[in-house]
Structures are given as structure tokens and as C-alpha cells.
Design a protein around this ligand. Structure first.
Ligand code: ZN
Length: 208
């Protein structure tokens, strides 16, 4: 699988590009800020971008959607709860629910998990049983904010419990470069990230 973690914009955001090495069929998660950089990478790698997933509706994750869509024709996918919150020219082609999956190329499976809390339509995405794009639900060493309009801390806690059930080998790909490393395995996060170590809502609320 071709994998690229692209640093975009001035808010330490990451856009993620995946592609099947044989068919070159590609998936972009969170098209933001620097559409020229993203499009150049797609071209350099000879990728045929067919899907775009919006992890949630915040502008710093979607503000290059219209440009990437118009250059590639890729299908834009987001969670049902994200639909009414989209803005800044971003539109969708497919609304999905928890568990929506599709194949990228011949062999790689992409699975979308609904993880509300930071935003109502937040998604985490498993790619090829190797990567877990967590966007603003889980960062390296921390979790996303739950004090924004539309956020729900109890839902975020439940979503983090859901992520804890996933296998340790998955590589956590956060939506921002806020941690001590750009990625880390989910196993390492389970052992060291206080927001995953918390086992009750009470403990979770006490975290700084
Ligand atoms: Zn966000």
C-alpha cells in the first residue's frame, strides 16, 4: 500500500493519502489547506484518486475538498451526521453509517468507524488492517477536544473505549501533529495515552 502523511496548513494538520500499488486506486482522508501539494503528490505517485473521506466537518479537515474533487472527480464520503454541518464549498456524494467498508484496489479493505464526541459525525478509518486514521478523536498521547460546539465528552469517552477494542498493531494516524511522534501503534497508545488508560467516565473527566 502506498501511504503518505502530508503536513498541511499552519494548524499542524495531516492529510492522508493511500493507494493500491498495483491498480494505483487512491483514497484521500481530510483534504485540507494545501490542495496543490496534495495534487502534486497524487500526480507524482501516478495515483487515480477515487475516494475522499471527510473525518468530520471542521474546516481544517475539509477546506480543500472542492478543489481536490474538481481535479480528480473522486467520490466524497462522510458520516450522515456530518452532512448538515459541511461548509466552505465542501459537498458530499455518499453519506455513511458506522461500519461502512469498501475495497481499495484488489485486496485492501477500508472500514469506517463512527466515533462521535469531538464532532457528531467523527469517523476513524482502518486501512488495509494496518493503519488507523483517528483524525481529531485520538492524537498521539491525547484525545481530541470535547468542548467545542457539537462536541460531547461522554460520547468521546465511549468512542475511545471502542478504539481500545481494535488490534494493537494498527498504526494510529492522528489529524494533527500534536504528539511526540507523527504516528505510533495503537498498542503503544493503549499503554501510554492517559485518555485511553482511563477506564471510567469519572477518571476521564479528571484528566487535565
Ligand atoms: Zn476537529
Amino acid at each position: 500500500m502506498i501511504f503518505a502523511q502530508l503536513s498541511v496548513g499552519k494548524m499542524q494538520n495531516y492529510s492522508y493519502l493511500f493507494a493500491d500499488p498495483t491498480s494505483r486506486e487512491g483514497l484521500l482522508i481530510d483534504p485540507a489547506f494545501d490542495h496543490e501539494h496534495i495534487l502534486a503528490t497524487i500526480k507524482e505517485q501516478g495515483i487515480n484518486l477515487t475516494k475522499i473521506i471527510l473525518s468530520h466537518h471542521h474546516f481544517d479537515h475539509i477546506n480543500a475538498t472542492a478543489q481536490i474533487k474538481s481535479h480528480t472527480g473522486a467520490e466524497v464520503i462522510c458520516h450522515r451526521e456530518t452532512a448538515s454541518l459541511l461548509h466552505g464549498g465542501a459537498s458530499y456524494d455518499r453519506l455513511i453509517d458506522d461500519g461502512y467498508s469498501f475495497r481499495l484496489g484488489e485486496n485492501a479493505e477500508v472500514i469506517c468507524i463512527h466515533t462521535p464526541g469531538h464532532a457528531p459525525g467523527s469517523l476513524c478509518v482502518i486501512v488495509d488492517n494496518r493503519w488507523l486514521v483517528t483524525a481529531d478523536t485520538l492524537f498521539i498521547g491525547d484525545c481530541g477536544r470535547a468542548d467545542l460546539p457539537g462536541s460531547d465528552p461522554e460520547e468521546l469517552f465511549k468512542s475511545l473505549q471502542k478504539l481500545k477494542l481494535l488490534p494493537d498493531h494498527l498504526i494510529v494516524c492522528p489529524g494533527h501533529d500534536y504528539g511526540t511522534a507523527p504516528t505510533r501503534t495503537l498498542g503503544e497508545e493503549k499503554r501510554s495515552n492517559p485518555t485511553l488508560i482511563a477506564t471510567s467516565l469519572e477518571e476521564f473527566y479528571k484528566l487535565p
